[in-house]
Ligand binder design. Structure first.
Ligand SMILES: [Zn+2]
Length: 341
């Protein structure tokens, strides 16, 4: 004859459940109590004296509830343990991300240049002072080398370090071009996309880091005319519309002659609008013929080879193309912004 008092059964059940470890064992115990002990209470119910019926009935119902709850809990734990999957549950729609607008722009640039024979190369973001400045003909006293423009890395005993030992976060990707020229002989056609760092206050057109895209072509008889043709073709493809290119004289330590590159405003077709500040032209990059000192740093024969180099911000290109008015939006991580691309 089985125990008929729900209270005592409950006590025994909880003790048995506590004594076992695995979900499998716990499930067995719950099942046994539901099928045997509880059923036995219910089947003997009709023989009870009337006075007892109410008490036992209430107890039996409470016990049933407890057993079912425990059974569910064990099943849940088991699911977590075994990764059990209920294939009948309705599916959850996966949230698909999209590619960041800067990455999209970088890939687009790489695609266009690769069709013109340019190879994409990469280099370290933590650079030494020699590659970042000296090899690029940026003299010791150039303001860009001062602390306010460049993020230098603290190094113990920095006093005695040579420029090849002093570390900094690269301020442009040109260093990679020098590294590449050291290891490869002309003719060369490369583009260098990558993240660069500046020590500056942020506003709607400045960030402490941004993405740059630089390019280099070195060979015999490479001239400004080659540059203008290639860069013109690049912008036609990038903006998918007819754009004009304008070169204005400028100064960079690593090129001679140097120029700023403007493209005609594709929004107003040179009539003047807010995007081009009513000038009809938008400044997009700096460029020039590679300075002989830079070629010599990379041990390239300057009597035989010439080359051009150019560099601009990927952020800036994306801002022009998508008419974005604040560079900080790219780095804010705001999905409402990022999902638009
Ligand atoms: Zn315009």
């Amino acid at each position: 004859m089985k125990e008929q008092d729900p209270k005592l059964i409950k006590k025994r059940f909880l003790k048995e459940l506590k004594d076992v470890k695995t979900s499998e064992e716990k499930k067995k115990i719950c099942k046994k109590y539901l099928e045997e002990d509880l059923s036995s209470v219910f089947s003997s119910f009709k023989n009870l004296p009337a006075a007892e019926k109410a008490r036992v009935g209430r107890g039996a119902n409470e016990l049933k509830q407890l057993l079912l709850t425990k059974m569910e809990m064990v099943k849940e734990t088991e699911k977590e343990e075994t990764g059990w999957l209920d294939v009948t549950l309705p599916g959850k729609e996966p949230i698909l991300g999209n590619i960041h607008p800067l990455t999209q722009m970088q890939k687009k640039c790489e695609d266009i240049f690769s069709k013109m024979g340019f190879v994409t190369i990469e280099g370290p973001e933590l650079e030494n002072e020699w590659y970042n400045f000296d090899a690029l003909n940026v003299k010791e006293d150039h303001p860009a080398r001062e602390m306010q423009d460049t993020l230098f890395v603290k190094q113990k005993g920095r006093e005695g370090l040579t420029s090849k030992e002093k570390l900094l976060m690269r301020t442009q990707t040109s260093a990679v071009q020098v590294r590449y020229m050291e290891k490869n002989k002309p003719p060369l056609r490369v583009i260098v996309p990558g993240r660069v760092f500046r020590n500056e206050a942020t506003d709607n057109s400045h960030e402490i880091n941004f993405y740059q895209l630089e390019g280099l072509m070195v060979g015999e008889d490479v001239s400004v005319a080659n540059f203008k043709a290639i860069i013109g073709s690049f912008f036609q493809n990038l903006f998918a519309t007819d754009v004009e290119i304008r070169l204005r004289p400028s100064y960079f330590p690593f090129t001679e002659p140097s120029f700023e590159v403007d493209v005609s405003c594709s929004i107003c077709k040179k009539k003047g609008c807010s995007a081009c500040q009513r000038t009809g032209w938008i400044e997009v990059m700096g460029a020039g013929m590679v300075h002989p000192n830079v070629l010599q740093s990379a041990k390239i024969d300057t009597s035989k080879f010439t080359g051009f180099a150019f560099g601009g911000g990927v952020d800036r290109l994306a801002m022009i193309k998508h008419e974005i008015n604040d560079i900080r939006l790219f780095y804010g991580g705001d999905l409402r912004f990022l999902k638009q691309f």
